[in-house]
Design a protein. Structure first.
Length: 224
């Protein structure tokens, strides 16, 4: 069982139960926004309860970040994977995320870059580029990455490994800050492999590791 399930304290940030005006922080947050450089149609979310809600929360603009709906909710269990491509190469500065003060907030986030083959089995085996411990809060959490490791990014894979004890995980906003660079040609180090096919993986619970494909869609086993 994850250590997150026993932790109900904030790792940072703060939580408000009342409504307040966020208009004063628009300008600083919009600086270095990578919103215009996300290839939205290429976003893949594994284990989403409703198809394309992963895409929907990334499509939210900064002005819509505090809106609860649409909301990404996990399906078969609490884990989620989001694979998000950019239209060019970026120097990633930080990841922005909004969840909630509830036990359905994700706790551990593992980040991988420049792979389009990350499924749940692989995510458990690979060494992440960086790992974050998230907070139970409805405020925006900005997660600074180690810039030396994230200087040549074309795709980010976000593995939400666990939450604070709920059966499902809920996320309402994901965004990125950094610098975008036009690609003259694709770098040689990126892995061009086929996206994980649900037919190539066992159904959840059918093997010892119980990893399975846990893909999106209403049934939990839908395609992309």
């Amino acid at each position: 069982m994850s250590h997150c399930h026993d932790e109900h304290h904030h790792h940072g940030g703060h939580d408000h139960d009342h409504e307040h005006d966020h208009s004063d922080d628009l300008t600083p947050a919009l600086q270095h926004s990578l919103y215009d450089y996300i290839a939205f149609d290429g976003i893949i979310t594994l284990n989403e309860a409703r198809q394309d809600t992963g895409k929907a929360i990334v499509r939210k603009t900064w002005y819509e970040r505090m809106n609860i709906e649409p909301e990404l909710i996990s399906d078969a269990d609490e884990q989620l994977i989001m694979s998000i491509p950019f239209t060019g190469q970026v120097k990633l500065h930080s990841i922005l995320i909004r969840t909630s003060p509830s036990d359905s907030a994700p706790c551990t986030l593992k980040v991988f870059i420049n792979r389009d083959d990350v499924d749940f089995s692989l995510a458990e085996q690979l060494e992440p580029m960086q790992t974050f411990e998230l907070s139970q809060t409805s405020e925006i959490q900005e997660l600074p990455v180690r810039r030396a490791l994230f200087g040549k990014v074309q795709r980010v894979a976000l593995f939400f490994e666990d939450n604070f004890g709920h059966d499902v995980t809920r996320i309402s906003y994901v965004g990125f800050r950094g610098e975008w660079m036009q690609l003259g040609r694709a770098p040689s180090h990126i892995l061009y492999e086929a996206a994980p096919n649900p037919n190539d993986h066992a159904v959840k619970g059918a093997n010892v590791n119980q990893l399975g494909s846990r893909l999106g869609g209403g049934s939990g086993r839908g395609g992309y």
